[in-house]
Design a protein around this ligand. Sequence first.
Ligand code: GLY
Length: 323
Amino acid sequence: MHNRREFLKLSALLGLAASGLPQWAKASAKVSKPVVVSTWEHGQPANAAAWQVLSAQGSALDAVEAGVRVPEADPLVRTVGLGGYPDASGKVTLDACIMDHQMNCGAVACLQDIKHPISVARKVMEQTPHVLLVGEGAKAFALEQGFTEENLLTSQAKADWLAWREGQKATPQINIENHDTIGMLALDTMGNLSGACTTSGAAYKLPGRVGDSPIIGAGLYVDNQVGAATATGMGELMIKTVGCHLVVELMAQGLTPQQACQKAVERIAARLGDYQAYQVGFLALNKQGQSGAFCIHPGFNYALQDNSGSKLLDSASLLGAKV
Ligand code: GLY
């Protein structure tokens, strides 16, 4: 550091106070916990299940698994688990990952016929030395672990797929209809963070396509000293920018969750020429229980549950009005 003026400029940029600590670290006396946040409206019933765990002093890890199992089992949630949109060949293939406060993580990709990929991901984390199992191997592992095989293509999803194949609806919406992934982040009463992310992926994707949701650092990242982030929207953009790791690193540099999500979306916009064609949303939670979100197009929202109750909040966006 050359001089005091430069130091002060950098400190201001990073949100550092005179003590050398980021603002969020100085606010450690005001930790708000427990708290759970998750993407989209389907986050509200999912948060309610997670809250049952958190409010009984359960772990953030148990909470996020219990939470995202709710939309995984709901055939009316068309972008996660049972009832999810199939790929172009009519097969429902699921992606999921989970990460705890000790950097343990597990994931499955392109998993068929198993309703709760998040629980299989947790088994990968806890029962194997690996992080990611895919396709047939992931399914064989799940069956070995006692999961049961079932048809995940509901009659509604099949009818929609047949209509799409007939060309009646060739372009899935980037946002409203195809509002994909549930990502969930929780801070428990012990002050530990965990996260989970699960999806059926992009509607009518090429068979074999895997998005960001099972990729640690892209669709989910947790650093228990700093915070956690998850993502929704067009997964390829999060993979190209390792988006959730970027959000957590920005929080480590002193940004609030809201500022970190915004900077990550701005990075995508600065680097990827076609970004306006897609929706991407980041959601983050820091060690103090503060949360924030940011997306490209208006329309992304997230659910928050803490001791004051349950809320559905609109995310600010790059191409729309700030909220
Ligand atoms: N974000 C989910 C996906 O792109 O598959």
